[in-house]
Structures are given as structure tokens and as C-alpha cells.
Ligand binder design. Structure first.
Ligand SMILES: [Mg+2]
Length: 270
């Protein structure tokens, strides 16, 4: 590795005198392309391209998902599984989550609140306030088709950790005077374990926790969440902010003044 690097440096040093204007020209030395001198370096670069292109293809797939252009999609493409793992376990996912929370927090400070108890910020729960990464790490990070029975078992442990950047945003919007309304696709039968899990993760003082009741089963998330937002508006709430990891948390009717999409390359919910 070191000897290859040394070779490249020596090649560069050998061509530099020919690639610069002289000081007498009254110009700063600048490099010029020297044809035929870099064949070995070019070769090394070419060898790196296939891997780099695979990574770019997966980034392209992820961006298409985040922009909702892939809608609908079922699983991560098999060739992108390592890429998604790396994104989630490395710094990429965390940076994206921190960024969206900071942007949302900055917006929250610009809103003129009425302070009549009806200034609302909606939060989704899974992959928005709570992270299910321990579950998805054990199930291929989205490579496996979603299994609701297995996922319910995980939910019933009540062990989902907070997404720290979302907890910071949550606390900030409460401090500013918003009412936090939690609107989740989780079932009503998971109310008590969800309350327990949220509390354990540091979330408190929400205005409402809305879960799917039996009549909501069979509706898409977009239909169900739109209906619940319609009801909130009818009750007099002004929906000023909405944070969710799925477009179905954010689109539909009674949409928020500003919506904030958290990254999620692991699954898609219509
Ligand atoms: Mg979610």
C-alpha cells in the first residue's frame, strides 16, 4: 500500500517541473495536463470505479426513495443491502436525522403561536420518535419482507430507544408552546406498552396519543392519518408542524404548514 503511494508521489514529482509555468513568466506555478505520464495512476483509478459506481447507484436509489419517486417499493434492492447497513450504522443516517430536526426546530422558532392550546405539532412514532433499529438489525435492515407478527413481538418488549435528535426537537417544540400530538400506525391494543416505551425513552407531556382503532384497520396510513388530522382541525387545532419518516405521515388532507421527512431507507408504508 505504502509502496504504491510512494510510486505515485514519485511519478508526480517527476512530471511537476514540466507541468508548471516558470516564475520568470510572472505567473504562479500551475499544473498542466501531461499526456502519457499518468498511465499507472489512471489504471488505479479505473479499478476503483466499479465499486464507486455501485455505491452511487445505491445512493441514487436511496434519494429516489426519499423523494417519494420510488413510490411504492417493497424491499431494499439486494445489491444495496451493504450500502444501507453502512448508511444506517455509520454516520450518514444520524447526520440526516440531526439535520432534519435542526431545520424543523429553526422553523418552529419562526411560527407565531396563538397560545390558545391549539398550536399543534404532529409526530409519528416509529422511526420518528422511537427507533426500531435493534429489530431491523436482526431482520436484514429492510431486506426481508415486513412481518407484522414478528414486529408486534418487538413492540411488546417496549424497548425501542429514542431517536436523540427527535427527542431534542420534541422538547424544543414543547418549550416553545406547541402541543405535541402523537399520531401512529400502531394499534390501539399497544397503547399501554407504547406509553411505557415513550416515557422510558424520555418523551412526556403529549397532548394526545392517537393509535389505530379497529375501524382504522385496512386503511392505508395516508388515509388513516389524513382522517385523524381532519378530526384535529375540526376540533380547532392548527397543524403547524409534522414530523414523520414516511410520506404517508405527511401527505393527504389537512396537511401541516410545514412537513419534515426523516430519512428511512429500510421500509415504505403507503
Ligand atoms: Mg414511522
Amino acid at each position: 500500500m505504502m509502496s504504491r503511494l510512494l510510486e505515485k508521489i514519485l511519478v508526480l514529482l517527476s512530471v511537476l517541473p514540466f507541468a508548471c509555468f516558470s516564475q520568470e513568466d510572472g505567473l504562479f506555478p500551475i499544473t498542466r495536463p501531461v499526456i502519457g505520464q499518468f498511465s499507472e495512476i489512471d489504471g488505479a483509478q479505473l479499478k476503483e470505479w466499479p465499486q464507486r459506481e455501485d455505491e452511487l447507484q445505491c445512493t441514487s436509489w436511496r434519494v429516489a426513495g426519499e423523494a417519494n419517486n420510488l413510490n411504492p417499493w417493497r424491499t431494499i434492492p439486494e445489491e444495496c443491502i451493504d450500502y444501507v447497513k453502512e448508511y444506517i450504522k455509520g454516520k450518514g443516517y444520524e447526520f440526516d436525522l440531526v439535520r432534519v430536526s435542526k431545520i424543523a426546530g429553526a422553523f418552529a422558532t419562526t411560527v407565531n403561536l396563538s397560545n390558545d392550546g391549539r398550536d399543534a405539532w404532529i409526530f409519528d412514532i416509529d422511526e420518528t420518535l422511537l427507533s426500531n433499529l435493534p429489530y431491523y438489525a436482526a431482520h436484514g435492515y429492510g431486506l426481508e419482507i415486513f412481518d407484522s407478527a414478528k414486529f408486534d413481538k418487538w413492540v411488546e418488549t417496549g424497548n425501542a430507544p429514542a431517536i436523540e435528535s427527535s427527542l431534542n426537537l420534541y422538547r424544543e417544540v414543547l418549550r416553545l408552546g406547541f402541543k405535541a400530538i402523537l399520531l401512529t400506525g400502531r394499534s390501539e391494543r399497544h397503547r399501554s406498552i407504547t406509553v411505557e416505551n415513550l416515557s422510558k425513552a424520555g418523551f412526556c407531556d403529549w397532548e394526545k396519543l392517537i393509535l389505530r382503532s379497529t375501524e382504522d384497520h385496512g386503511k392505508t396510513a395516508k388515509e388513516y392519518k389524513s382522517e385523524k388530522r381532519n378530526e384535529l382541525v375540526e376540533e380547532g387545532y392548527r397543524i403547524l408542524g409534522n414530523s414523520g419518516d414516511q410520506w404517508s405521515d405527511l401527505l393527504g388532507s389537512s396537511v401541516s404548514e410545514r412537513s419534515f421527512k426523516l430519512s428511512n431507507p429500510m421500509y415504505y408504508i403507503p
